[in-house]
Design a protein around this ligand. Structure first.
Ligand code: OGA
Ligand code: CA
Ligand code: FE2
Length: 504
């Protein structure tokens, strides 16, 4: 960000030295002063006037240039949905496929600065205050988003439905996968050696076991496993290929199974359930959805088609280590919610959750804060997250070292963007700063709910998906869709018209 501003300073300096360059005209004039002072002052006057006029003409030309170039920008199809839509209506010609791709502009709330408070109208006759907690990620807090009664109803509905373990103890299917692929020890070693230095560092193994097995090993756990398996022969804390070869394929897993894995050693230690918020759902659940739509100022269609409300309960000792709610964007990655519409069958699937709205359903007696380890860091450095002594991802140990912690307060909602903007009104890259986790609950229980808003960073795929689901027979607007010739257009107009009156 600061980098962006630097060229402007450079320009200023250039202009200053540019005007200084006209000063050397003066000394020759002074030399002649004794003899022909009147001629000199006249020629001096002429020179100054010429420069003055050239300067004025330059300024006018520059003003014209700025005016016309921004005018062209206004006419480009990259403008926001509303003005673009008006222009489209005026010209009355069918837009091309490429224009459709840029048609919708997702609203993004402005953070202004940390601590900035803006008021929002989410329910008629009531004003809520929304405070900016960080800019990286773009994160806000809204106290009193839910009433006490609403919190109670959501917790009761979740209990009625029944909560399940958020993470199972053993991940199945891994052994079969490894056998099927028939990888050699060298190949596995290469996969694990992220920095490709021919050694396996502690954090390379830790990341692997967290991602693959969902088991949260600490560096001490790993040293203990190395000792138990006599894996690190030279005792340097690293595994070389030779040391790795001596281990059997599933040595670590078998060691862990024998020793037993406690719930506290999992990535996530909680129970959860899902509550649908569509037609027929409890009024409180529908109200929450409407309020979320107003809060985020996104097209209602997008909120309607997102995941149901997830209600989570942590017991004393419960936690959720730092994670991203959403996956990174790679061309070969498909979003779980739009896989219906993905043309290719890709093995890489991720949740695409543009926004997380997290509700605190109770105030926790001890611990249970939501931690954002790198919020508003100057830089993001993945390697620095897991050092041998301090692991910032570990919310059982190191929440106090997180840059930002939000204390759970009944009824408060926090919300943040898991993706940046692509600069053209659609979803861009994953925001690495959106890393967060639930700190260990030291006293009492903790209840939260998550409302995720799913948007595919691939606009065409999101559009195709919406087109597909809007054709389902139970939807009322089915006939409307069939009347219109171009399906993707119908979808667009649909999303925009509902977007327009959502602006508060
Ligand atoms: C989650 C989550 C944080 C918290 O459920 O994805 O990050 O404070 N929860 O419980
Ligand atoms: Ca390595
Ligand atoms: Fe999360």
């Amino acid at each position: 960000m600061t980098d962006d501003r630097e060229p402007a300073h450079d320009e200023d300096t250039t202009t200053a030295s540019g005007s200084a360059a006209s000063l050397p005209l003066r000394p020759p004039c002074e030399r002649l002063a004794g003899h022909k002072s009147s001629v000199c002052s006249r020629s001096y006057f002429v020179v100054v006037m010429v420069f003055f006029h050239v300067y004025i003409i330059n300024v006018i030309a520059l003003l014209f240039y700025v005016h016309y170039s921004s005018g062209q920008d206004d006419a480009s199809p990259r403008r926001d949905a509303v003005s673009d839509n008006q222009q489209r209506a005026e010209t009355r010609r069918p837009p091309s496929k490429t224009e459709i791709l840029r048609d919708v502009s997702l609203k993004r709330i402005e953070g202004i600065r940390v601590g900035h408070v803006q008021t929002v109208t989410l329910v008629p006759g009531k004003v809520h205050e929304m405070r900016t907690l960080s800019l990286k990620p773009l994160l806000f807090e809204i106290p009193g988003f839910l009433s006490e009664d609403e919190c109670r109803v959501v917790m009761q509905l979740a209990q009625l439905k029944g909560l399940m373990e958020s993470q199972l103890m053993v991940q199945e299917g891994q052994e079969e996968l490894a056998k099927e692929l028939n990888l050699s020890p060298e190949e596995i070693f290469n996969l694990l050696d992220i920095n490709q230095d021919g050694q396996l560092q502690l954090h390379e193994i830790l990341t692997h076991s967290r991602v693959r097995d969902g088991i949260w090993l600490t560096p001490e756990n790993l040293r203990e496993i190395y000792a138990g398996l006599k894996a690190d022969k030279d005792n340097n804390g690293l595994l070389s290929l030779d040391e790795f070869r001596l281990l059997s394929n599933d040595a670590f897993q078998r060691f862990l199974l024998q020793r037993g894995v406690k719930r506290s050693q999992l990535v996530r230690n909680s129970r959860h359930t899902w509550l649908y918020q569509g037609k027929g759902a409890h009024q409180v659940l529908q109200d929450i959805k409407t309020r979320v739509t107003r809060l985020t100022r996104l097209p209602p269609t997008l909120v309607d088609l997102s995941e149901p409300l997830q209600v989570v309960r942590y017991e004393k000792g419960g936690h959720y280590h730092a994670h991203h709610d959403s996956g990174p964007v790679y061309p070969e990655t498909a979003c779980t919610h739009t896989r219906l519409a993905a043309n290719t069958s890709t093995p890489f699937e991720t949740s695409c959750r543009y926004i997380t709205v997290l509700f605190y359903l109770n105030s926790v007696d001890g611990g249970g804060e939501t931690a954002f380890p790198v919020a508003d860091n100057r830089t993001y450095d993945e390697v620095c997250l897991i050092q041998n002594d301090v692991d910032l991802l570990d919310t059982r140990r190191n929440c106090d070292k997180s840059n930002l912690r939000v204390k759970p307060t009944k009824g408060t909602a926090v919300f943040w963007y898991n993706y940046l903007s692509d600069g053209r009104g659609w979803v861009g890259e994953q925001d690495e700063y959106a890393l967060h986790g639930g700190c260990v609950v030291t006293q009492g229980t903790k209840w939260v709910a998550n409302k995720w808003i799913n948007i595919d960073p691939d606009y065409a795929r999101q559009a195709r998906y919406q087109q597909l689901v809007s054709r389902q027979p139970e939807e009322e607007d089915e006939e409307e869709i069939e009347d219109e010739g171009d399906e993707s257009l119908t979808l667009n107009t649909d999303m925009q018209s509902s977007d327009i009156h959502q602006d508060l």
